[in-house]
Design a protein around this ligand. Structure first.
Ligand code: NAD
Length: 472
């Protein structure tokens, strides 16, 4: 006989969506239980995703900057990696500190955290097998499902420890001489940047004709130019047929319109997307509506077809981004607590933390064209930015799209150093319904990269002075 406990709100999954939902519900006065099977709170993002990868990308950037500045008159000798020290720093001082912080925040809010695997046994209960083997039934008034996603596997690839997913790659257990990355998306390019900086010869094999298929091709171009110099090879329009594990290497057969080719590497990283953790949690058994890709269907309040069961984050569909999950988590918690909250999915910024970074918010130019929206475009090249020149990083640009009919900003894409931070202004501007003049009239700090956002708007409003305005 298992024990039974009751929660007003139970949250299954403690990633950035789940813990935000639990904390918001607790702050609004609910008795909350937060269940997760992981060793520490924070889910994939904090433990095995966004945060550790950003720590390593920072080191990769410092390494490449130390080389860049040599032609400016500051010379360093070749940096040396102490991988064991890097792992310790990443695990203890970055990830460990954050996950401990989340645990402390849960405690301060009196959110009960339960370590174990939860399976819905009815529309009002979850059976939890705790990490110590004991079992608990958690009954609830409302539940929020935030169980996330896992890496997609390519069918028929052999099981071999040298074929890694993003979790394995972040562990840094041996830097291979050669690394083949299957998938030229977010993870492929971020991890490729890290491994290349650590000395691996990186080959990217991407199925689609372009890297980062979701971004505008002109925005990807400056990144591609840099990666072509750093990586051993980038093969687009290419698919992986087989991987043949040998004693000392993996032989990867790829195919494209030129025919078949074999590549060799000591390790392979598979980064071909993520899929929702739909199976084994009792979702189907309790009658939740699930689409053909395995995503739980939700309305704008993040309610499933069982109105007191909510779902948020990767389990509800694309884009699978932590900041979307966090926002949805707060919406679900507020709806449960009787607040007039809803999720508006139109503006979810996307950032690829490569070097240069790529970020966009609202519509990309490709999407604006597909949707036959007429727009005015302002593109400010960073070669005209004093700050970019001072950083030695002029390859970037900021591109703003304003709808012709309303004059409002509908999309912004930025490529360049710190694009991921700069895009926040565009998110605010789109949310606030700003037009080109509104953004042009904002005084941006000088000299800063943020000026480029104002400059892109000035090109459209006609007030640009930093460059000769392109002819209309
Ligand atoms: P992704 O969707 O970004 O990229 C996968 C890539 O693999 C695509 O370009 C796709 O065309 C390609 N592909 C698919 N099948 C292939 C095959 N058989 N052979 C070769 N290429 C193939 O997915 P990801 O990089 O695995 O990342 C997963 C998700 O994690 C992302 O979609 C994103 O939501 C999230 N993520 C976000 C960040 C960030 O916000 N900076 C970083 C990492 C991951």
């Amino acid at each position: 006989m298992s024990d039974t406990v009751h929660a007003e709100v139970v949250v299954l999954g403690a990633g950035p969506g789940g813990y935000a939902a639990a904390f918001r519900a607790a702050d609004l006065g609910k008795k909350v239980i937060l269940i997760d099977k992981g060793e520490s709170l924070g889910g994939v993002c904090l433990n095995r995703g966004c945060i550790p990868s950003k720590a390593l990308l920072h080191l990769a950037r410092v390494k490449s900057e130390s080389k860049e500045v040599s032609s400016f008159g500051l010379k360093y000798s070749e940096p040396e990696w102490d991988i064991e020290a890097v792992k310790k720093w990443k695990n203890e001082r970055v990830v460990g500190r954050l996950t401990k912080g989340i645990a402390a925040l849960a405690k301060a809010r009196k959110v009960e955290t339960m370590r174990g695997s939860g399976v819905f046994s009815s529309t009002n209960s979850i059976d939890v097998t705790k990490s110590d083997g004991s079992e608990v039934k958690v009954t609830f008034d409302d539940a929020i499902i935030a169980v996330g996603s896992r890496p997609t596997k390519i069918p028929d690839l052999p099981e071999d420890p040298r074929i890694m997913d993003s979790t394995g790659a972040l562990e840094l257990d041996g830097i291979p001489k050669r690394l083949i990355i299957i998938g030229g998306g977010y993870i492929g390019l971020e991890m490729g940047t890290i491994y290349s900086a650590m000395g691996a010869e990186v080959t990217v094999v991407e199925f689609m004709p372009h890297l980062l298929p979701g971004a505008d091709p002109d925005v990807v171009k400056p990144l591609l130019t840099k990666l072509k110099k750093e990586f051993a090879s980038i093969q687009t329009g290419t698919k992986v047929k087989t991987i043949d594990p040998q004693k000392d290497k993996l032989i990867v057969t790829v195919e494209n319109d030129k025919g078949e080719e074999t590549l060799e590497a000591e390790k392979v990283l598979v980064a071909v997307g993520r899929r929702p953790n739909t199976q084994g949690n009792g979702f189907e058994e309790i009658g939740l509506d699930i689409d053909e890709r395995g995503f739980i269907k939700v309305n704008e309040k993040r309610q499933t077809n069982v109105p007191h069961i909510y779902a948020i984050g990767d389990i509800t569909g694309d884009p699978m981004l932590a900041h979307k999950a966090t926002h949805e988590g707060k919406v679900a918690a507020e709806v449960i607590c009787g607040e007039p909250a809803a999720f508006d999915t139109s503006i979810i910024p996307a950032v690829i933390f490569t070097d240069p970074e790529i970020a966009w918010a609202g519509l990309t130019e490709t999407q604006a064209k597909e949707q036959e929206i007429e727009y005015d475009k302002g593109v400010f090249p960073w070669s005209a930015s004093g700050r970019a020149l001072a950083l030695g990083r002029t390859e970037g640009f900021s591109k703003a799209l304003f709808e012709k009919e309303s004059g409002k900003l509908i999309g912004m894409s930025i490529v360049g150093t710190n694009a991921g931070d700069l895009i926040a202004e565009a998110v605010l501007a789109i949310e606030m319904g700003a037009d080109a003049e509104d953004i042009s009239l904002i005084i941006h700090p000088h000299p800063s990269l943020s000026e480029s956002v104002g400059n892109a708007a000035e090109i459209v409003s006609g007030s640009i002075t930093d460059i000769i305005a392109p002819r209309k």
